[in-house]
Design a protein around this ligand. Structure first.
Ligand code: EPZ
Length: 425
């Protein structure tokens, strides 16, 4: 079995100081996939330096794209359109790899993409992606674990992308991107509202796409003959920002965050305030200060599609609730099975019981450092947060999950005073 790094976290430090948030992972990945839509060079700036981005870069290279990746800038140029297969060993590492399917079909007329992998947070179907691409005129049969997409030229269509748990974020990304080169008008109803989709749409517009209704559930796309290269800067990562806010809250700290968009975090800020945490805009308007008093009050937590509290913040906020006197219910409305971290928190002395898609947190009992294993990306960050306030040392293993989505996490927390060390495999 492959060995992975772990973090050793010594509890008890109150976080204080200033930290800069990186660019958004979940905006960068579909935007990088969309660079397949043009023959011209693209420059994407503000890209976070993390494993998922490197996997997307490798995927693009395997599809005939010349990629220069230095620091937070990625430059792309398509040089070989004959390479149309995104292989299992790449796409199984992260779900966003599946976002190359729409661009391959729209631009090259064919694309063979492995069914995706990604975090183990419950069922992760792709039927909404396929439904949208079929409506645009593609054939997308699944054979031997691969979706084999094909179309002469996509045509505009009316498509409803709502599913049992809301719209699909990456499904919207795939269909929206493909529709920009379709013949005629496409209307996507029930499009995902997440800011990362808005960012993708703005990137496509910079390439020459014609999209109306950006930021709403109804996207109207007027297909164009070709898209151009462009230079684009990614939005700040709202989940990293929310995670750092939760780190300030759980340690009852005083932390200033730079490079954030508070408008993307309205529900998270509202929730933290309901617990008793203060979140104030800094004077520049580009940051905020998070301060937490010693005693916070309980509050039920419901995750929802945007603009609700993101499912990607559920585990980190649950960590905070473990330190709050009283009982809070956590209701997961996007991925009902996303609770594997509950058992790990309980190993640290938390008292959480689970009933269906609801976890009941009986908070305020002192956590104690323990060996725990990160089950997925966001839960990895949440276990680190719990370690920050646990008595003694918490060893969080499977940090490869965290490295997929947080840039320099231990350095950022360390600069705020956390006692955290990476232990190599
Ligand atoms: C994106 O995944 C994010 N990933 C996830 O973040 C995030 O948790 C999720 O959106 C929800 O916000 C990226 O952006 C790379 P969905 P995605 O399709 O698009 C159901 C992280 O930690 N569904 O919006 O794959 C699905 O089962 C990751 O950064 C269908 O029913 O999620 C779920 O219940 C983890 N049919 C709901 O929709 C489909 O065809 C939302 O999933 C597709 C999805």
């Amino acid at each position: 079995m492959a060995e992975f790094d772990r973090f050793s976290v010594e509890g008890g430090a109150r976080l204080t100081g200033r930290v800069r948030v990186s660019g958004s992972k979940n905006a960068a990945l579909p935007i990088l996939a969309a660079t397949l839509m043009t023959d011209e060079p693209c420059v994407v700036e503000g890209v976070p330096d993390l494993h998922d981005v490197r996997t997307m870069v490798e995927t693009l290279r395997s599809l005939g794209v010349e990629v220069e990746h230095t620091g937070t800038t990625v430059r792309t140029r398509v040089v070989n359109e004959d390479l149309c297969t995104a292989h299992y060993d790449l796409v199984s590492r992260m779900r966003a790899g599946f976002c190359v399917l729409g661009p391959l079909i729209a631009k090259r007329g064919r694309g063979k993409v492995s069914l995706p992998g990604g975090c183990k947070i419950g069922a992760r179907p792709v039927e909404l992606h396929r439904k949208g691409l079929v409506a645009l005129g593609a054939e997308v049969p699944v054979r031997h674990g691969y979706v084999e997409g094909e179309a002469d030229r996509l045509h505009g269509a009316e498509i409803f992308l709502g599913g049992a748990f809301g719209s699909s974020v990456l499904g919207t990304a795939n269909v929206l991107t493909a529709a920009t080169l379709a013949d005629g008008v496409t209307v996507i109803e029930g499009a995902a509202l997440e800011p990362e989709i808005e960012d993708l749409a703005r990137f496509l517009v910079c390439m020459g796409a014609r999209i109306q209704g950006i930021g709403t559930h109804r996207l109207e796309i007027h297909g164009v003959e070709r898209l151009d290269g462009t230079t684009y800067r990614i939005i700040p990562d709202r989940i990293e920002a929310g995670t750092l806010m939760a780190a300030a809250a759980i340690t009852r700290g005083d932390v200033e965050l730079e490079n954030i968009c508070l408008d993307h975090l309205v529900a998270v800020v509202d929730y933290l305030r309901a617990l008793g945490v203060s979140v104030e805009k800094t004077e520049s308007g580009l940051g905020c200060r998070v301060t937490a008093p010693e005693r916070l009050g309980p509050c039920d937590l419901n995750t929802h599609p945007y603009p609700g509290i993101p499912t990607d913040m559920q585990a980190q906020l649950m960590a905070v609730l473990c330190t709050v006197d009283g009982t809070s219910a956590v209701n997961e409305k996007v991925f009902p099975d996303r609770f594997i971290h509950v058992g790990e928190f309980n190993r640290m002395g938390a008292r959480i019981s689970k009933e269906g898609a609801v976890a009941i947190v009986d908070g305020g009992h002192r956590l104690s450092g323990a060996p725990v294993e990160a089950p997925d990306l966001r839960a990895a960050a949440a276990l680190v947060l719990a370690g920050l306030v646990a008595e003694g040392v918490t060893e969080v293993s499977r940090i490869d999950h965290l490295d997929r989505g947080y840039a320099k996490f231990e350095e950022k927390l360390g600069a705020l005073g956390a006692r955290i060390q990476r232990v190599g495999a």
